[in-house]
Ligand binder design. Structure first.
Ligand code: KPL
Length: 302
């Protein structure tokens, strides 16, 4: 049984894909909200309903495999809510944007229990129990220390979500982080769709950031060999009509993932004494445009 923690867009989408492939899964949801057993997935014109069981965090016991699909800033609270059900044998897969989640999770898990996933499926929530599957992508799974594919990520499970095992997930996560670190805050500052970042007035800013990120990637010897520009521009073009997740967060007055994405990048650059003036400028412009929300309580109330 795969337990998906978080019934946001990606959590719902993965639950649909697993259910479609007859793989047992359940959604771990908030207590106090009533859910119908049927969940809706909309892909182009097609509507598909699946019966997906739900369980509240407090009712969970003995979790075998958990896919954590909450936002980076909700990770600590989400893990805490199921900590009573986490055992030494529990395997946890993190789907968050950004990096550094292993440090947050260290309070609840051993490094050997932590797996990471980088997702490129596009999805957005239309209503509490309906998700729009906006773009077919894939999921890369891996472990920071173990290179061998574990038994629990069997071929059926990987196929169900268009997934594959990666021996060097760190490189995949860094590449996604470098892309998100450009697209997400810039779209939130300019309040534009991803594709508009290639407009003449914005493109030079995009290119300077990519060039700085490429230099930093080379310093880290990540194996992202000189293709960050192509990779970033390809994502911008492929998701041209999307509102980035960070733009959606600022428009909905929710806490963004800026710390887990750009904050992590800047911390790592400082640690390696690598100068990142363009990224610092971006960090500052973002915080001028979107000062941090007053408190987590405010965010939850929205
Ligand atoms: O991952 C994304 C996000 O919005 O968080 C991109 C790839 C930028 C697509 O919008």
């Amino acid at each position: 049984m795969i337990s998906i923690l978080g019934a946001g867009a990606i959590g719902q989408l993965l639950a649909h894909k697993l259910t479609e492939a007859s793989i047992d899964c359940q959604l771990i949801v908030r207590a106090g909200t009533q859910y119908r057993s049927e969940w809706l997935m909309i892909q182009q014109e097609q509507q598909t309903y699946h019966e997906i069981p739900t369980i509240t965090a407090q009712d969970c016991d003995e979790l075998g495999q958990v896919w954590v699909c909450v936002k980076a800033n909700q990770l600590e609270g989400a893990l805490k809510s199921v900590s009573h059900a986490i055992q030494d044998t529990t395997k946890v897969v993190f789907f968050q944007n950004g990096m550094g989640h292993d440090k947050v999770a260290a309070k609840y898990l051993q490094p050997a229990q932590m797996y990471f996933a980088s997702n490129t499926h596009g999805a957005f929530k239309k209503a509490a129990q309906s998700v729009v599957y906006a773009g077919v992508g894939q999921v890369s799974f891996g472990h920071l220390e173990l290179s061998q594919q574990p038994d629990f990520l069997d071929p059926e499970t990987l196929n169900a979500v268009n997934g594959s095992w990666h021996e060097h997930i760190q490189t995949v996560l860094w590449q996604k982080l470098f892309i998100n670190a450009v697209v997400n805050p810039l779209t939130a500052i300019y309040q534009c769709r991803n594709g508009e970042l290639l407009d003449a007035d914005k493109k030079s800013n995009v290119l300077s950031l990519i060039a700085e990120n490429q230099r930093f990637a080379n310093t880290l010897k990540l194996g992202i060999s000189d293709h960050l520009k192509d990779a970033t521009l390809a994502v911008i073009e492929a998701t041209a009509k999307n509102q980035s997740s960070m733009l959606q967060d600022v428009l909905n007055q929710k806490t963004t993932e800026i710390n887990a994405i750009n904050g992590y990048l800047l911390d790592q650059a400082a640690k390696h004494q690598f100068p990142t003036p363009h990224n610092w400028r971006l960090w500052s412009d973002f915080h001028i445009a979107h000062p941090p929300l007053k408190s987590i309580a405010d965010d939850k109330a929205k």
